[in-house]
Design a protein around this ligand. Structure first.
Ligand code: DAH
Length: 333
């Protein structure tokens, strides 16, 4: 029987076959060795002890051979597993995705930084504003045509989403006496249809300086320094007379085109200049509204669009890109 077992064992190549083989020889009911052992009862006591001893030895040998083979299979399996599941610890790891600062926020911060270096204090005000602060106190009474320029989102008869950052001028002057040097970055809202240059929500930065003896020369000098810092040292600045109800005189401020340096291109529509903000000397009526002595104090103010400046600085021709949060766009900053 040993020889037969050895022949059976020889070709066995896996744990499954091995357990079949174990059944064939050692299964309690049908195993060949078990059957032989059962036959011992029919023998004489002497024959029985001899045959019994032989059978038990055979059984032990078979068991040993089976577990030896089983151990071999186990080892092979493990070797295979180690070979296929090996981790190469020298491979470079995965790069963690890092967030970036939104282009609008970058420009916002840069404008704040320049202002702070120039001695301005950054202040903010509410986005839900009253008609009084957004219009009335800025010398834009009901029925004034300037109200039509700023398509307003009203929340009620007297509450609205501020259409500019100018109301924070009033709020600050009501609380503080001159001298005053503030900038006000923030969100503003208008009932505009969205296109490449319009969005119902956009950003502005307002500026206000009030003291004794402030002149138009201070306005020009301050804005020129600011704009040269923001764009580049060779940026030219031009002031054109304009009208805003809360300043007198008022001006629109242009910079030399940053794309063609004034030679004329598509962006500046061949004019060589790009309009960048509104500005002016604070209207005496505004000082009156906040209780400042307009015989004693003068001041200047300006307001500019942060989104527009970001569009120019980063050459983004469609402002919708700022709000769509497309990662392929944002990754470039
Ligand atoms: N508030 C104006 C706007 O949104 C911009 C502006 C113009 C602000 C002239 C000023 C200023 O402070 O002096 O169109």
């Amino acid at each position: 029987m040993w020889d037969e077992f050895c022949q059976d064992l020889e070709p066995v190549s896996g744990s499954g076959e091995l357990s079949d083989l174990q059944d064939k020889y050692l299964s309690r009911k049908r195993g060949l060795i078990s059957l032989e052992l059962r036959k011992l009862g029919a023998l004489t006591p002497q024959e029985r002890s001899e045959a019994g001893q032989q059978l038990n030895e055979l059984k032990a040998q078979v068991q040993a051979a089976l577990s030896e083979r089983q151990a071999k299979f186990k080892e092979e399996e493990r070797r295979l597993q180690l070979a296929t599941e090996r981790i190469d610890v020298t491979l470079p790891g995965y790069e963690a995705a890092r967030g970036g600062i939104h282009p609008l926020r970058r420009v916002w911060r840069q404008m704040e930084e320049i202002s702070v270096r120039m001695g301005f204090t950054v202040v903010s005000g509410p986005e839900i504003e009253s008609d009084y602060y957004n219009f009335e106190a800025l010398n834009i009474p009901k029925g004034h045509p300037a109200r039509d320029d700023q398509d307003t989102l009203y929340l009620s008869d007297s509450l609205l989403l501020r259409t500019h950052t100018s109301p924070v001028q009033i709020r600050t002057m009501e609380k503080q006496d001159p001298p005053l040097k503030i900038v006000v970055p923030g969100r503003v809202y208008r009932r505009d249809a969205t296109d490449a240059t319009h969005s119902p929500m956009f950003h502005q930065m307002e500026g206000l300086v009030v003291d004794e003896g402030i002149t138009l020369a201070d306005l020009k000098g301050t804005l020129e320094v600011f704009l040269k810092e923001l764009f580049s040292a060779d940026t030219q600045v031009r002031f054109r007379p304009s009208y805003f109800p809360f300043v007198e005189p008022g001006a629109e401020v242009d910079i030399s085109c940053i794309f063609c340096s004034g030679k004329g291109c598509r962006v500046c529509k061949s004019s060589g200049w790009i309009e960048i903000m509104g500005a002016g000397m604070v209207h005496s009526r505004v000082f009156e509204m906040v209780g400042y002595d307009w015989d004693k104090y003068t001041g200047f103010a300006w307001g500019m669009g942060i989104d527009r400046i970001a569009q120019l600085k980063y050459q983004v021709d469609d402002s919708r890109l700022f709000f769509e949060n497309d990662i392929r766009f944002l990754r470039q900053f």
